[in-house]
Design a binder for this molecule. Structure first.
Ligand code: 6CS
Ligand code: FE
Length: 310
């Protein structure tokens, strides 16, 4: 087992360590993309970047109908990759959405997002995880504060911080329907969390994450480094948020009537393939951590379209 540069969940007290990887992996070979130097500087500083209306109203209309179709398809599907909200039959997440052999598969290869990911990661990219988080009205529960990288490193064996999540807003994200919240600049430190990883942790963590979450002192410290800022990724459907794999984020429950549904494509550098989980446990299922389909994505320039033939 390689030396663990980012140890966590070894029962010890929480510890805050310096990040050991660049936030942006600059590579002239992949510099030709939609992100300007100003965009790159903002991402490097804050650990995220928001684009209002990257997709136009016609494309958003298609996204909404495909979102509805996906929910209907999965409502009665009793499978591991369909996660329900705690205490209700409402769908919380559907994973591996980029393998729907239709609309979301095409969307996951759209050049507007893939070329941006290549610029940020400085390499060819592939999808290591994808999901739709539905966060339905009234019943959508919170996603407590966490660094995705901490989970992907410990439970999926992701070696380095060289992955980026692309969240496409499918239903308007308002201040009051549980938008994603991010601590700007938090990607610069790694919070080594207390506790141990339970066996088959994902069977509960996808509904309510309790391991690999920062303690209150570490959270307060990160917010202090951000001069008290907690940013919210609000915006209309069709907007796109890129956030770095180690940026501390979470979202509150949704008690408004309005769903907050976003699709997430997690792009990993082809140079950062998953290895053995640093927890020492067996790997998580393929729908959470892609190990078998890791060929680089060829970006497509298609306009978004519905895939009636399915
Ligand atoms: O365990 C995971 O991979 C998932 N958990 C959270 C809370 N965010 C990232 C990812 O979807
Ligand atoms: Fe997350």
């Amino acid at each position: 087992m390689a030396v663990d540069r980012y140890p966590s969940r070894q029962g010890q007290q929480a510890k805050i360590m310096e990040r050991q990887d660049p936030v942006i992996h600059r590579n002239p070979e992949f510099a030709d993309g939609p992100l300007t130097e100003q965009d790159l500087k903002g991402f490097e500083e804050n650990g995220y970047l928001m684009f209002e209306k990257l997709f136009n109203d016609d494309e958003v209309a298609i996204m909404k109908s495909e979102l509805r179709r996906t929910m209907d398809l999965n409502q009665e599907r009793n499978a591991d990759d369909v996660i329900k909200e705690p205490g209700s039959n409402e769908i919380r997440s559907v994973f591996e959405i980029h393998k729907d052999s239709g609309f979301f598969q095409a969307l996951s290869k759209n050049h507007r997002i893939v070329k941006a990911a290549q610029q940020l990661l400085g390499s060819q990219v592939y999808i290591t995880q994808s999901r739709i988080n539905f966060k339905p009205g009234f019943k959508g529960k919170e996603f407590y504060w966490h660094s995705d990288f901490e989970t992907w490193h410990i439970e999926d064996g992701m070696p380095n911080m060289r992955a980026v999540s692309c969240s496409i807003i499918l239903t308007d994200n308002y201040e009051y329907n549980g938008p994603l919240m991010l601590i700007p600049g938090s990607q610069k430190w790694y919070v080594s969390c207390p506790g141990e990883t339970p066996e088959d942790n994902y069977k509960s963590s996808l509904q309510k994450q309790e391991t690999g979450v920062p303690d209150n002192e570490s959270m307060k410290w990160l917010v202090d480094q951000a001069n008290g800022r907690i940013d919210r990724a609000t915006g209309p459907a069709g907007s796109v948020l890129f956030f770095e794999c180690n940026t501390m984020h979470g979202s509150a429950g949704n008690i408004s009537p309005y769903p907050r549904s976003n699709v997430f494509f997690v792009f990993n550098s082809i140079e950062n393939k998953l290895t053995n989980p640093y927890s020492g446990q067996s790997p998580r299922p393929e729908f959470l951590a892609n190990r078998e389909d890791i060929k680089p994505i060829t970006p497509n320039k298609d306009r978004l379209q519905t895939f009636t033939s399915r």
